[in-house]
Design a protein around this ligand. Sequence first.
Ligand code: GLA
Length: 394
Amino acid sequence: MEAIHGELLGGFRERFGRAPVVGARAPGRVNWIGEHTDYQEGLVLPSAIDRDTWVLATPRPGRHFRVWTRDLDEAGAFDVADLEGERRGEGPAGWLDYVKGVVFALRERELDVAGFDLAIASSLPLGSGLSSSAALEVAVATLLDGALGLGLGPEGCARVAHRGEQRYVGVACGILDPFACALGRADHALRIDCRSQEVRPIAVPPGRVALLIAHSGVTRELAASAYGDRVAECRAAVLAARQAGLVPGAGALRDLSPDDLPALAGVLEPTLLRRARHVITENARVDAFCAALGRADLEAAGALLVEGQRSLAEDYEVSIPEIDALCADAAELPGVYGSRLTGAGFGGCTLHLVAPEAAAEVSSALAARFERRFGRTPSILEARPSDGASFVSL
Ligand code: GLA
């Protein structure tokens, strides 16, 4: 983290011919469990991780932004006035759209945004399912909040980042990613109730757990992917349940419990039933997982991850062969409690709950097996649950 900050300082001076005066960082995240539940007002359990995105900046006269990303060595520019009420155009979102989305959301709140020269660098792999986009959005929101004294605070920055992603970038995502990046707490997971937006830190048993994250090497384009189809299928399931008179007040799948599944089976067509079953049972798994962590019962926690993966693969159909293989291979290795995909799926990463003394061995065995199957080396990192975003004056 410090290394990135140092390198980016030099890059900033070269690019803009002066020194940055403010900076912010925001971490990526993993989600232990509670996948595809946030947009149905359900429960999620992410941790921020010790890989992050840095932004450094200096104010400019006027309301113009010049932005440079060190990792891609690309530059872009925009005027704050261009973003007032204007959503982005068609086509896949680019890195600059995430910066613009934050400014868009701030203007929507009628907050005054001045111009900046701004440089970005990240230790998060892009598009890997570790929330590189939310980390960028939250970092920019945190930077502008601190530099302009907007008084948003971490939760406000998370909401602004979320609003920018939904309204400007155009992804119908939930609050999981920005809340995790903004509010993460070292050595904890966050149980977030996406309806009340209550956040409860849950301690990860100290010294008992290593968290491995393996990247399948398959990246996804969230906006253009089947993610939107899943969001729509969930809405259709809620509507059908309501029309059939099941749980009349149901506004989201959050309102249904595993006890409602037999009745739902009578009214939903098979695909919608499987989608609903995933979300409904996944909410229950979040609380069971929190309880298992509370008892330091890692066997039980691992079994819930395995069950979650089965549900994501079979009922929600968001897994891919590389992710299935990483989970199946890990299940055969000593010291692995459980594994599943983390994030939206269709590619991205797996997380593995592992005994710390086995972590190095598991990591190399998993990489070797993956290489034999797919002919390429997966990147596997050990991550630590970390603090959320922060602002610095330089
Ligand atoms: C992506 C979205 C989140 C959430 C997850 C799936 O990361 O950005 O809002 O829906 O997928 O749990």
